[in-house]
Design a protein around this ligand. Structure first.
Ligand code: ZN
Length: 177
């Protein structure tokens, strides 16, 4: 399933790149207008297949706990700031080795937006909702799931571990209660 998604994505990208190459040939410059604003964009004529690999050694506990259904954050013992997604350093106090804390899971939706125009790497998903929830000690940004009629500012939500399909990896999202 995921390889089919990837293949169809690659095809779309190939078509876009061909159009771009055509534009470059016509204009003699790798400059084209951004579709929404018309502002000029410079496009690299070389392709780069980019798949991020981010070092997570200092926050591997987050992934271990996610596998057990727990959502962890880190907390600076000096200034009490909670970091989510977790990070090992507090830039305010310039200290490392922050403490692990379990996030409170229930809160209120502060704001949300329905994503219908998706970035290319998210275009295989149906329209989705991204929201920010106030969980008391910290605000969390995540996808919001649940019946549309419950979707409103102030709605009660619960942060939970979910499996993102079709990729099949564990992540977290806010469920409307
Ligand atoms: Zn701090």
């Amino acid at each position: 399933m995921i390889s089919e998604v990837r293949e169809s994505k690659q095809k779309e990208i190939q078509i876009l790149l061909k159009q771009l190459d055509g534009l470059v040939q016509i204009k003699g410059l790798p400059i084209f207008p951004e579709p929404k604003t018309g502002n000029p964009l410079w496009a690299d004529v070389r392709e780069l297949d980019l798949r991020y690999q981010i070092p997570v050694k200092k926050v591997t506990r987050f992934f271990d706990e996610l596998g057990k259904g727990k959502i962890m954050a880190t907390k600076c013992v000096k200034c009490n700031t909670i970091y989510f997604p977790p990070q090992d350093d507090c830039p305010k106090c310039r200290v490392s080795g922050l403490e692990w804390v379990e996030l409170p899971v229930e809160g209120e939706l502060i704001t949300y937006t329905i994503i219908s125009v998706k970035p290319p790497s998210f275009s295989h998903y149906p329209d989705y909702v991204v929201g920010i929830a106030d969980l008391g000690e910290v605000n969390v940004t995540a996808w919001v799931q649940g019946p549309k009629e419950k979707l409103k500012v102030g709605a009660k939500v619960r942060l939970e571990v979910v499996k993102r399909e079709p990729e099949g990896y564990l992540t977290y999202s806010l469920r409307l209660l």
